[in-house]
Design a protein around this ligand. Structure first.
Ligand SMILES: Nc1ncnc2c1ncn2[C@@H]1O[C@H](COP(=O)(O)OP(=O)(O)OP(=O)(O)O)[C@@H](O)[C@H]1O
Ligand SMILES: [Mg+2]
Length: 532
């Protein structure tokens, strides 16, 4: 259980949230929503005791499992399976048993005996902790999240960002925590895993706070909605499921509009009456009090809430290039014994729209990394065509320099533009005024996505490689970015689980992994997108 009293959150000087008091008890399934940068992640960190509120208190009873939005994994040399098992402290136990097994083959009989005793001892403790069943439980959780057995035996270093994130999610679900805090858990998940997660969370008996832009998940899982209203810095608490919450918000908005209109009408009448009376010296005092009453009426109704602001994204005309700016021949890639794909050919024509489809782990991200030149293929080559200018949008925001400010990142991406142009482009991506002096490292997930896309815009790229560009975006910004992608004149190679993104792009070509078959796009393939 988590209990928050009068919590206030600040980001630097900015107030994010004030006076939030609530509880997360067993059986509460809370959807925490609000636009990008509202402070959802900041609140989750505070609830997870990873951050301090500016004021107020948070008390926790029982264990809490927290999945951060940006996954950081400690030791990259650890095996994936051990990372999951570490949630219950089983990893060190099993590692000890593996070491003891080796010792049991020792030539020295004394050492052999000691190893046997050690093994027996460890095995006893393993049994107490749920034993081998726990290990298979971990494997089955991982499988449900699209992580095959062989991936579990690999060190984390060799896994893709998406796979690592799924390992973290499996780890938290495996931990058996009383309360779960999940920040955008469906990022990087395929449709099967998302629907499995939906069922899992629905039947979960503890307390849950889930931050998500996935409305299907919210609809299926939550019985309460906390809306962090960035304009008012308050947490609106609705003890309702998702659909009922949407209806209630609509009703609330209508009621506020009506109240405001009434108040305005009355205030206008009072003002005009006061104007007439002011002419007479004897009535000046009464006129004064009428104006006061009018002001009070207007102060009593909340101002119309600003609709969520949206980035106006316009891609500049790309730099001119030849007919086929990017070609790749016979690309193959393996990590250790894991063969990701072999002999993949890709040809990207000027202005072409290509979607890369394939199951999780089929190497979609790897293919983009090879095309972007951030990783080398084992065989084959990537051939830049005449005039190629690449823009790469990485799933993990790897292209952003977290140590530097927003403006500095922009300056590096487009050194030829004047600062006023930098600022105006950033402004159109909702970074205004002092925002641009923020260090990139503190940005929210959605803000990082916006910045990364802004950097692509200024680069004049004629081929964009986009890896899940709609993850983390709130619905309003997502719609805007998809519309912009439709207007963009350069070529796009897209990896996504988002069917709406594919629809918006209207692709002509598809590359199917791991076989690397390149083909004309057909609308039937749309069904495969979410599965991929
Ligand atoms: N140290 C800091 N200085 C200034 N601003 C900060 C700092 N840390 C965070 N912020 C800002 O606080 C705001 C809230 O961030 P947070 O990550 O909580 O948002 P969010 O609601 O999770 O957004 P998203 O939906 O994009 O994930 C953002 O505008 C972020 O840039
Ligand atoms: Mg966030």
């Amino acid at each position: 259980m988590i209990s928050a009293r009068d919590v206030e959150l600040r980001a630097g000087a900015r107030l994010l949230l004030e006076g939030a008091t609530f509880q997360v008890s067993a059986g509460d399934k809370i959807g925490l929503v609000g636009r990008n940068g509202a402070g959802k992640t900041t609140l989750a960190r505070v609830l997870a005791s990873e951050g301090q509120p500016a004021a107020g208190s948070v008390q926790t009873g029982g264990s809490v499992g927290y999945l951060p939005q940006d996954t950081m994994v400690g030791d990259l040399e650890a095996l994936a399976v051990d990372r999951i098992l570490s949630a219950r402290g089983l990893d060190s136990l099993l590692a000890g048993m593996r070491a003891a097994e080796l010792g049991m083959a020792d030539a020295n009989p004394a050492k052999r005996d000691a190893a046997v005793r050690r093994y027996g001892h460890l095995e006893e403790r393993l049994t107490v902790l749920g034993g081998y069943a726990a290990e298979s439980e971990a494997a089955s959780l991982a499988a449900s999240l699209g992580l095959p057995q062989k991936v579990l035996k690999q060190p984390l270093r060799t896994l893709s960002g998406g796979q690592r994130r799924r390992i973290e999610l499996a780890r938290i679900l495996f931990s058996g925590s009383d309360t779960l805090l999940l920040d955008e858990p469906t990022n990087h998940l395929d449709a099967d895993s998302v629907s499995w997660l939906r069922d899992h969370l629905r039947t979960f008996r503890g307390g849950l706070v889930v931050i998500s832009h996935d409305t299907e998940l919210l609809d299926a899982v939550v019985n309460k909605v906390f809306h962090l209203d960035a304009d008012r810095s308050v947490l609106d608490i609705y003890n309702l499921g998702w659909k009922a919450y949407l209806d209630q918000r609509e009703t609330d908005a209508r009621r506020r509009r009506r109240e405001r209109m009434n108040a305005e009408r009355q205030a206008t009448a009072l003002h005009s009456q006061a104007d007439k009376m002011r002419a007479k010296a004897t009535k000046a005092k009464a006129a004064q009090s009428m104006i006061k009453r009018a002001d009070k009426l207007l102060a009593g109704v909340s101002a119309d809430r600003a609709p969520d602001r949206v980035a106006r994204i316009r891609f500049p005309v790309p730099v001119h290039c030849g007919k086929t700016p990017l070609t790749a021949q016979r690309l193959s890639k393996s990590y250790g014994s894991l063969e990701v794909f072999t002999d993949v050919d890709v040809a990207v024509d000027r202005g072409a729209r290509v979607v890369v489809l394939g199951l999780n782990g089929a190497g979609k991200t790897t293919l983009l990394r090879l095309l972007a030149g951030v990783e080398d293929p084992d065989t084959g080559e990537v051939l830049p065509g005449h005039g190629l200018r690449l823009g790469y949008y990485a799933q993990e925001h790897e292209t952003l320099d977290n140590q530097r400010t927003i403006l500095e990142n922009m300056r590096t991406a487009a050194p030829d533009l004047a600062e006023s142009e930098h600022r105006s482009i950033l402004g159109s991506f909702l970074f205004s005024g002092d925002d641009v002096a923020k260090p990139t490292g503190v940005l929210s997930g959605g803000e990082k996505t916006r910045l990364a896309l802004a950097l692509l815009v200024v680069s004049g790229a004629n081929v964009l490689l986009l890896d899940e560009p709609t993850n983390n975006l709130d619905p309003a910004s997502r719609a805007e970015i998809l519309a912009a992608l439709r207007r963009y004149q350069g070529a796009i190679v897209l990896v996504t689980h988002d069917e709406g993104a594919v629809d918006a792009l209207q692709p002509e070509r598809v590359v199917l992994l791991p076989d690397g078959i390149e083909d004309a796009w057909s609308p039937d393939l749309g069904d495969l997108v979410a599965l991929a």
